[in-house]
Design a protein around this ligand. Structure first.
Ligand code: PGA
Length: 242
């Protein structure tokens, strides 16, 4: 992906989609205008990656994965190697999504190992961070998020290979978004940690109707989109808001 703060709109399909969903991907690609001002990525479930990567070949659409193991291979039942993900056409891997951190007990150290494996295999690491509602209410949002960044970023991470996604846990899939000033403040705090060149995405209930206001913020370089990335019309509406 682009080695700059070109905005990135990344779709995280989570555990959604079916074999027939490649038609939705094609509708998205058909709707991408040539003068687009952003990079566009879709991360479907693992079994759909080969078909999606095949369909996207030669287009501006990039395909990624939602997770990977930190080892390259071996006795890890049910896990997927980053080597294989690169081989089947992934250009990026999401690591440390809050659903992985919560459902699979992934620690910052584990997320860091995964990000290292992603980078070692030539893909972009999209490292997710974000506070829970209780942590925000307790005034700990900045400390939690900056702590996750400190613990999850590999030393080899730089603006050319790594993207941060700030996703307040309480905004994911809920239709609730932080005050625009709170998004701006958190992104500025993250910016001061990661430097001027690295892309910082906002994620959590981004829709075509709120994307433009969020993406207009100085330190927001696009979005990580869940529910609204499943339908071409919604996703293109968000892409066009960059
Ligand atoms: P959402 O999910 O857009 O459905 O809130 C975002 C995410 O979890 O990446």
């Amino acid at each position: 992906m682009t080695d700059s703060r070109t905005p990135l709109v990344a779709g995280n399909w989570k555990m959604n989609g079916a074999v027939a969903s490649v038609s939705e991907l094609r509708a998205m690609m058909d709707g991408l205008s040539g003068d687009r001002a952003c990079d566009v990525l879709v991360c479907p479930p693992y079994p759909l990656i080969p078909a999606f990567a095949g369909a996207a070949q030669g287009s501006a659409m990039r395909i990624g994965a939602q997770d990977c193991h930190f080892n390259t291979g071996g006795a890890h039942t049910g896990d997927v190697s980053p080597v294989l993900l690169a081989e089947i056409g992934c250009s990026a891997v999401i690591v440390g999504h809050s659903e992985r951190r919560a459902d699979h007990g992934e620690s910052d150290a584990m997320v860091k190992s995964k990000a290292e494996a992603v980078l070692a295999n030539g893909m972009t690491a999209i490292i997710c961070v974000g506070e829970t509602e209780a942590e925000r209410d307790a005034g700990k949002a900045d400390a939690v998020v900056l702590g996750q960044i400190a613990g999850s970023m590999p030393s080899m991470a730089d603006a050319s290979n790594t993207v941060i996604a700030y996703e307040p846990v309480w905004a994911i899939g809920t239709g609730r978004v932080p005050e625009i000033s709170d998004i701006a403040a958190m992104h500025a705090a993250i910016r001061s940690e990661v430097g001027q060149g690295m892309r910082i995405l906002y994620g959590g209930s981004v829709k075509p109707s709120n994307a433009a206001e969020i993406f207009a913020l100085e330190d927001v370089d696009g979005g990580l989109i869940g529910g609204a990335s499943l339908k071409a019309t919604d996703f293109l509406g968000i892409v066009n808001a960059t």
